[in-house]
Design a protein around this ligand. Sequence first.
Ligand code: CA
Length: 227
Amino acid sequence: MHRILVVEDEQAMLLGLRDNLEFEGYQVDIAEDGAKGYDMIRNGNHDLVLLDVMLPFMSGFDICRKIRSEGVTTPIILLTAKGEEIDKVLGLELGADDYMTKPFSLRELLARIKAILRRSNNNNIILDETLIIGNIEVNFSNYEAYCNEQKVKMSHKEFEVLHFLWDHRNKVVSRDELLDNVWGTDYVPSSRTVDNFILKLRQIIEKDTNEPTIIITVHGVGYKLIN
Ligand code: CA
C-alpha cells in the first residue's frame, strides 16, 4: 500500500484530502504546519507528499528546497493558490515533481498521484539510460544507483557531483568548478565539502579507496573521472 503525507493548514482541505485518499486505498499521514511537515517528510517513509505552499512556520517552497538539498527524493506535488504563477515555476525548480492549483478537481489530483507513483515504481526497470561507473550502475535521470542489484544509498548532491564529473570525464575538474556547478553561487561551502563528497563517492564506486582508479586526484588542480 502506498503511503501519502498531506501537509496542509486548512482543516477542511486537509481532512477532505485524507478521507478521499484513504477511500482510494492509500495510507495517509497528515501534518498541519510546515515545521511538522518537514520533520515528517524527513523521518517518514512516504511514497509521495502533497505539500501546500503557504504554511505556518515554514513554506512549502522552503521545505522542498531543504529536503532536496538533504538528498530526500520523495516525490512532491505542490498545492498552490491561484495567482502563485511565478511561484509555481520556482516550485518545480526547487525539486517538486508536479503542482496543482487550488481549487483543483479531486479526479485530476488522483490521476497525477497515480502517474507519479507509477513513474517511481518503474524507475528501476529503465535500462537504456543506465551507465556503469566503477562498481555501480547509475541512472542520472531518476537518481538511482545499483551495486550487484542492490540499491545504493546516494544523496541528490552525491549524484550531482558524480554527474558533473561524468559529463566532464577524462578531463580535470577543479573544486571551484564543482562548487559553482553543483552547489551554485548563492551557497558557498568550503572546498573541504567537495573533498568529503569525493571520498563518499569513492567509497561507493571504487574497488579500493586508497588506490582510486576511477575518480583520481590531480594534485593542486582537482579531480578527474576516468572512463
Ligand atoms: Ca495554506
